[in-house]
Design a protein around this ligand. Sequence first.
Ligand SMILES: Cc1cc2nc3c(=O)[nH]c(=O)nc-3n(C[C@H](O)[C@H](O)[C@H](O)COP(=O)(O)OP(=O)(O)OC[C@H]3O[C@@H](n4cnc5c(N)ncnc54)[C@H](O)[C@@H]3O)c2cc1C
Length: 401
Amino acid sequence: MADLETFRAEARAWLEANCPPSMRQGAVAVTEDDDGSIWGGRKAKWKNPEAKQWLDRMAGKGWTAPTWPKEYGGGGLSNAENRVLQQEMGRIKARTPLMSFGLWMLGPVLLEYANEEQKRKFLPPIVRGEIRWCQGYSEPGAGSDLAGLRTQAVDKGDHWLVNGQKIWTSYADQADWIFCLVRTDNSKKHEGISFLLFDMTTPGVEARPIKLISGQSPFCETFFSDVKVPKEQLVGKLNGGWDIAKRLLQYERQNISSGGFGGGGGGYDLEHAALDYVGKDDGRIADADLRARITTHKMEARAFAMTVRRAEEESKQGKGPSAATSIIKYAAAKTNQDRTELMVELLGTQALGWEGDAYKPGEIAAMRGMLRAKGNSIEGGTSEVNLNVISKRVLGLNDAK
Ligand SMILES: Cc1cc2nc3c(=O)[nH]c(=O)nc-3n(C[C@H](O)[C@H](O)[C@H](O)COP(=O)(O)OP(=O)(O)OC[C@H]3O[C@@H](n4cnc5c(N)ncnc54)[C@H](O)[C@@H]3O)c2cc1C
């Protein structure tokens, strides 16, 4: 315990000295492309040099990936130390130094499944935010039935030749590399899939943005035409990609549940927005019905946050995340959708703005956030599919007849 308090004092002093002032203010989401988050990567446009400085300083300590081993660029912290670090960052409202599919999804499975050479090649640039990754899973006709995927990788001796199409590939147009599920055996379904990594600038890769109802284009159709991928970029066993794919989904579900969901509320919190927009009655939110619903939502959100925390702790103590992440992903989608809908309701006509000066950025973001949150019950596995996973793998129930 004394060690932990020493660590807290050191972390506090370091954060005070190194977290730039503009990185201590909450980011108000306006658009998805410019939501104030730091995603890094080769294409990053640094509007605020302090964001890059903050990323570099945190990455230098390995604190963008606090619990990853030091030999791969991570911070080498224990879970308890990491908790202290997060508390200290929260204390000064430090912004997350790096948002990254590499940190949340790919890195953890590389640590489990990749060979030593792959770990040394791919993990440190993830920690430093140099390479931004996208996820090539879904295809037209292979979403919930992911193992039905048809993108082919053919063995050409010294390389794989990849042909096919992915869809809903988040940020494919912004990403530098893709982790991609490909079919390497047509005779088997699940046992014919492999897990391949490749550079998005490889000839034959094309990403075409798709527009969402929120007005943004956070994802793409991604086409592969005769893409040559070096042999050594296959992770794990040939035709053994399905196990890696499922494991990665557990990390994805765990992460989106603990705050990585798209679809914010415009930077307002419900209670303060209600006091401002609905008005006060003796210091309380004037509308009794709204007051009750906001209170219920806040209680559920608090209980949910505590459950996420418990699941994360269990996951860190044990063998990583389990099928139980489906419970949390399901609940996270519902909680975020409830919150963003409530926000739009209490902003009233001020939530109807789409663009222009008549509305505050937070008001515009509230409506766009609510629309974006509709995707929460689809991305990372739909709510229906997660309920199936819960009934089968968590509750041990039989398939419905
Ligand atoms: C915002 C967002 C970001 C995304 N980002 C990515 C990404 O980066 N990379 C990527 O690869 N994919 C991504 N996806 C795709 C996502 O994983 C798929 O949309 C999802 O898995 C559902 O697949 P589908 O769209 O093909 O729908 P379908 O599988 O066709 O499902 C259609 C409907 O049928 C229901 N259904 C299907 N099967 C069953 C079943 N067995 N039991 C009960 N109901 C069922 C579903 O719940 C759904 O309501 C993203 C999606 C969204 C919305």
